[in-house]
Ligand binder design. Structure first.
Ligand SMILES: Cc1cc2nc3c(=O)[nH]c(=O)nc-3n(C[C@H](O)[C@H](O)[C@H](O)COP(=O)(O)OP(=O)(O)OC[C@H]3O[C@@H](n4cnc5c(N)ncnc54)[C@H](O)[C@@H]3O)c2cc1C
Length: 354
């Protein structure tokens, strides 16, 4: 194998493992992905929402100016290459909670900081017979959703054709280390990248990192509502096809089991009433554990003590927006040994490893 062609083993096939595998293949590397279909990752429960202005205070999401151009280019590129649609640009409407929000946004919406993300400030209520928005709201652009199952399924087909996909549980004890390689399943690799999502919190090699797993639940619902934009106000509602919506999600840091609950389902429906005057019919209910971290930033890079072992984790509640940019950072490190952006580099936590 030529020096610039590395053979990389990726553990996990959620958003992190999949986006990284595509990025490495595109950069001419060899990839084997190992994933256990019995372990349903958080990616399969996610709403896929891409939202540049988030939180009660409506602030620009972390690093949006770097993340958003990269994610758009990435998903559009792969839509073409995989010949299917999964990246759906849609405006998102955010009803103002108070009159002061309207005044704040009238003052700042044409600020260059927000030009790329704000389509319009609605000064008057829109669709008043359906939406609760007495003070108007903010219409966002460069937003939308990723149809994650379509993206993952088609990517997995492609990765299988160009690389190798092994459906199996991975056990760390099965790896053998030498100075420049690791060996797994009788084959040598230049590196292994752990993309195991929230499961990494119990890991014997990365368990010292400050993970804060967060349980989330989401519903698929049917509604008598004809809108082309998503809505977010505490919960999000995203139209995916005529009359069908994704509605979510809950956030729970103190969960004691990983199953879905009727309480979460009722809470989501209750919160919908804060902004919508319509009754949803639930058609599906999902649950997952978000791989969140103490400082709410991704954790990527090389293990401080074990050669050729990497991690790609901490995508938290924003895996769709974060993963393409993080995969570029990590793949450049793996291939060219380029330093990773310090805000997401695992080395910010090295002092925690004794
Ligand atoms: C209800 C809910 C709603 C969400 N909504 C959004 C949203 O709207 N927008 C957004 O951007 N993000 C959202 N998220 C967050 C998003 O799901 C995560 O950021 C992202 O999916 C994490 O991807 P990951 O690949 O790191 O982990 P995961 O998707 O959890 O993948 C981990 C993978 O590792 C594999 N694995 C683990 N252990 C082993 C092992 N021992 N052997 C083999 N394989 C193993 C699993 O099988 C899986 O394939 C939501 C999450 C939840 C729960």
């Amino acid at each position: 194998m030529s020096k610039d062609k590395k053979r990389i083993l990726i553990i996990g096939q959620g958003l992190a493992g999949t986006v990284l595998a595509l990025e490495l293949l595109e950069k001419g590397q060899e990839v084997t992905v190992v994933s256990d279909p019995e372990i349903k990752g958080s990616s399969w429960a996610a709403g896929g929402i891409i939202n540049p202005i988030t939180g009660r205070k409506m602030v620009k999401t972390w690093n949006a100016d770097e993340l958003f151009p990269v994610l758009k280019e990435f998903y559009k590129f792969w839509e073409k290459k995989l010949e299917c649609e999964f990246y759906h640009e849609k405006s998102i409407y955010r009803p103002f909670l108070e009159l002061s929000d309207l005044n704040d946004w009238l003052a700042k919406y044409d600020n260059p900081e927000y030009l790329n993300y704000v389509e319009k400030v609605e000064k008057k209520p829109v669709l008043e017979n359906k939406l609760v928005n007495p003070h108007g709201g903010l219409l966002l652009k460069n937003s939308g959703y990723l149809d994650i199952p379509v993206f993952l399924n088609n990517s997995h087909r492609y990765i299988k054709e160009r690389g190798e996909v092994i459906k199996s549980e991975f056990n760390y004890q099965d790896i053998f280390h030498s100075k420049n390689h690791i060996t797994w399943n009788g084959k040598e690799y230049d590196g292994v990248v752990f993309c195991r999502g929230a499961k990494e919190a119990d890991s014997e090699i990365f368990g010292w990192l400050p993970f804060r797993p967060n349980k989330g639940e989401l519903l698929n619902v049917k509604l008598n509502l004809d809108i082309e934009f998503g809505i977010t106000r505490g919960k999000f509602l995203m139209p995916v096809k005529h009359g069908f919506f994704k509605l979510g999600a809950t956030y729970d840091n103190h969960f004691d089991h990983e199953e879905k609950t009727s309480e979460a389902r009722e809470k989501i429906i209750e919160d919908l009433k804060n902004f919508l005057k319509a009754d949803p019919e639930v058609s599906d209910h999902f649950v997952g554990i978000r791989p969140a971290t103490k400082d709410r930033k991704p954790i990527i890079g090389k293990h401080p003590k074990i050669n050729n072992v990497f991690i790609f984790n901490g995508l938290g509640a924003k895996g769709v927006s974060l993963s393409p940019w993080c995969a570029k950072e990590l793949s450049d490190q793996i291939i060219k040994n380029k330093p990773i952006d310090k805000r997401v580099n695992i080395d910010r936590f090295f002092s925690l490893l004794r």
